[in-house]
Structures are given as structure tokens and as C-alpha cells.
Design a protein around this ligand. Sequence first.
Ligand code: AMP
Ligand code: MG
Length: 356
Amino acid sequence: MTLVIRVDPDRPDRDSIARAAGCLRRGGLVAFPTETVYGLGAHALDPVAVQRLFEAKGRPANDPLIVHVSTFDQIAALTRSVPAEARALADRFWPGPLTLVLERSERVPNEVTAGLDTVAVRIPSHPVARALLAAADLPVAAPSANLFSRPSPTRAAHVLEDLDGRIDIVLDGGTTDVGVESTVLDLAHGTPTVLRPGAVTLDQLRTVIPTVVLRSPEAADGRTAMASPGLLARHYSPRAPLTLYEGRAEPALEALAADARTAMAAGSRVGILAPREELEAIRSMMDRPDPPPHVEDLGARHDLAEIAQRLYAALRAFDSAGVDLIFARTVSAEEGLGAAIRDRLRRAAAGRIVTS
Ligand code: AMP
Ligand code: MG
């Protein structure tokens, strides 16, 4: 049985946090809200707890975990050395949605790092995560609290959809703020490189380290030892196959509408995902079919924060609606959270990308 404990997201009560922290200390699994998505926590220095975590998620053992801590001092014990860049980034972005990959110390179990000589660390800012980490007084390995390859959870209900009965406790602190995962920045292999675009943007990172580069998606299958979610073609996916339409708006929307119409004519239940302003155009291009497709509104096209926050809930809504096929429009990756949103949509599409 999984125990659900509701907590105030801003001021979680001490008894609830103490109960969850005790569970972590004893090797249990606790899902909790962070500012990005819900994490599934386990005692990072307890290999048995970490193995349970991999089993609960169905996560392959070669996919390393991010270790969450509450103070910068705790990082010294997990790493061989802390470069000056890490301190500068910590001053600017921690607590917050940035993960740093650093050289690991002997204390970190191989299970956590998937045998790599590096460890990924971050200090989250969500008050519930902070309170839990402080009360547990441990480094906590915490991947997203979903079954492997499924969309990350942004609400406690999503965690239960995937993991009810497989984990000990869910701290329900409502909907998460950012909605996409942390930015993963590698500081252990020469030029600082973003392995996974996320809530902290490239431009923001460059205000602290001007030389930061984004790893190109093509490089993703090269350095296989450097497992990053980017290496996995299929990730963050709803159950129904999703096709993504990239490129110029008008031809992309026309292609989407035509493919959706064809699928509906063939008897498929169709889902459509697009920014609010484009949904109306798609509907009229489809000649307003009856019955209508299942439509999920991604949010206002220029409000990338809103789109990031809604993205995973929208992907999961297609599962609840029981659609057979999903046709989705992407967003511009040019600025801000766009790079992270486009990255997640591409992985949800698992290679089914139509470019106009
Ligand atoms: P998740 O917590 O499910 O969002 O996944 C954590 C991701 O962080 C992994 O899939 C990796 O891509 C990345 N990560 C964790 N540890 C390392 C590491 N030592 N080196 C590179 N990437 C890492
Ligand atoms: Mg994940």
C-alpha cells in the first residue's frame, strides 16, 4: 500500500515531513514534489534502497540518478573536487532546477551513477523537497516519480497512476511549478556542456559561464557511457504513438490536420496537442469533424512557462481519453524554455517527426 500524505506546498507540517524522512532513512521510497516534477526519493548511500527504486520504476540500471541534497557542504562528500564553476553556478541557481555532473567520490554507490566516474547533484528549491532533505539529513537519489519511459508526473495523482502499491509514501503538495525537468550540465569533461535542456536556460547559464555549449542531439548516441535521458529515443511517452509536426506554422498545421483527418476516416480515435492559438486553425483545416478529435490545449504559444507546466499532464490526458493516435505541434526552441519543451516532445514522439 502506498500512503498518500497531503502537505501544504509552502509550509509542510513537521510531522508529515518527519514521517517521510524516517521512511527514507529506513530505506523506503518516498515521492515528493520538487519545483520541476515529482521525484521518487531513496537513500542515496544505501545500495539496497537504490535497487528498490530502480525496480519500482522499471528503470534500466544503466540510467544514472540525480542526487538531491539540502546544503552545498553535502556535495563535498559526494564528489572528488568541486570546481570554481560549480560554486559560481550554485551561487546563482541553487536552490533551483539545475543539475551539475561532477567527478564522484568513493562514497557514492555504483548503483546511483550506473558505474560512471561522475555523479549528478542538485539542491532543489521546492519547500517540501527542502524540508524533506533537511529532515532526512541524507543525500537522496530522486529520479522522476513515473514508470520508466512514461511522462514525468506533475501531480500526485500522476505518481499514483504509475506507482501506487510500488512505493511507500507520496507527499501530495499539489501541481509542480516548472513542469519540465532540471537542466543537466556536465562540468566533469572539459567544456561545460548541457546534456539535457531544462528549466534553467542556456542563456541563463551563459551569464555565469559564457563558454557553456548545448550538446547536439546528433551526439546523443555517441558517448553511450555518458548516459543521459537524451540517449533514449523513447521517453516521456503517452501510450498512443505521437507524431510531432515541426517547421513553418502553416504547412506544419496543414500536414497535421490532413494526417489527423485521414486517421479519423480510417476509424482511429485521434488526439491533437497544440498551442491554443493553433488549435482553432487545425479545427477549421479539418472541416470540423463529427465526432470531434480529443484536443489538449498546450497553453498560449508565447507563454512557454505555461506550456512547460501543462505538457506532461496533457500527454497523460490522452491516455485517460483512450486515443489511438496523437498528432502534436511543437514550439519554437529559439528562446527560454522552448529548448526543453521541444526536447521532451521529440522524445515523446520517439522519432515520428514530420518537418515542414
Ligand atoms: P531523471 O531523474 O529521471 O530525470 O533522470 C536523471 C538523468 O540525469 C539521467 O537520465 C541522466 O541523463 C542524467 N544523469 C544522472 N547522472 C548523470 C551522470 N553521472 N552523468 C551524466 N548524466 C547523468
Ligand atoms: Mg525521468
